[in-house]
Design a protein around this ligand. Structure first.
Ligand code: SF4
Ligand code: SF4
Ligand code: SF4
Length: 166
């Protein structure tokens, strides 16, 4: 990776976007940037097709294509040590419902709840209104299955540490 790409990577992209979600078991962003050479072996290895090279050629997760099964194929394919399975949990990523959620705007929905096999999303009744989705962060593993089904693009999956500072 070029020095320019690495600097941009470390501060998000040039348009000020947040640092994208890296593949599971990725090292912390600075270490990941040092290790990853943009070979795309992980992208090719992912059977779900949810990894893509970002603008700088560095892989990121696109949950618009599907969910992560945590199969480990991406980490196994990485010969640079940028993805290290066995370091514990694959990531600290968790889902978050954003303000564009239809239910929060009074339109009945729940597609994200139906998509979550872990039961991390539940519809909470609202007196006089439509039920709204609520996340149990302790049950969510950041698989992203709830992202693509959302008709409003209202579900984000981010690293929890980043969310805390958002
Ligand atoms: S763990 Fe498997 S499904 Fe998830 S990003 Fe890696 S290769 Fe794809
Ligand atoms: S699928 Fe999207 S719009 Fe529907 S309840 Fe979930 S977050 Fe809201
Ligand atoms: S990321 Fe996965 S576990 Fe978390 S709420 Fe969405 S579907 Fe459920």
């Amino acid at each position: 990776m070029t020095a320019l790409a690495r600097r941009a990577l470390l501060r998000g992209d040039l348009r000020g976007r947040r640092t994208p979600l890296r593949p599971p078991w990725a090292l912390a962003e600075a270490d990941f940037a040092e290790r990853c050479d943009g070979c795309r072996a992980c992208v090719r290895a992912c059977p779900e097709g949810i990894l893509a090279a970002g603008w700088s050629g560095v892989p990121e997760v696109d949950f618009g294509r599907g969910a992560c099964t945590f199969c480990g194929a991406c980490a196994a394919a990485c010969t640079r040590g940028a993805l290290r399975r066995g370091r514990g949990l694959p990531w600290a990523a968790r889902a978050r419902i954003t303000e564009t959620c239809l239910a929060l705007r009074g339109i009945a929905c729940g597609a994200c709840v139906d998509a979550c096999e872990r039961g991390a999303l539940r519809l909470r009744p609202v007196r006089g209104g439509v039920a709204v989705p609520r996340l149990d962060p302790g049950s969510c593993d950041g698989c992203g299955a709830c992202v693509a089904p959302c008709p409003a693009g209202a579900v984000e999956v981010r690293e929890r540490t980043e969310e805390a500072g958002a």
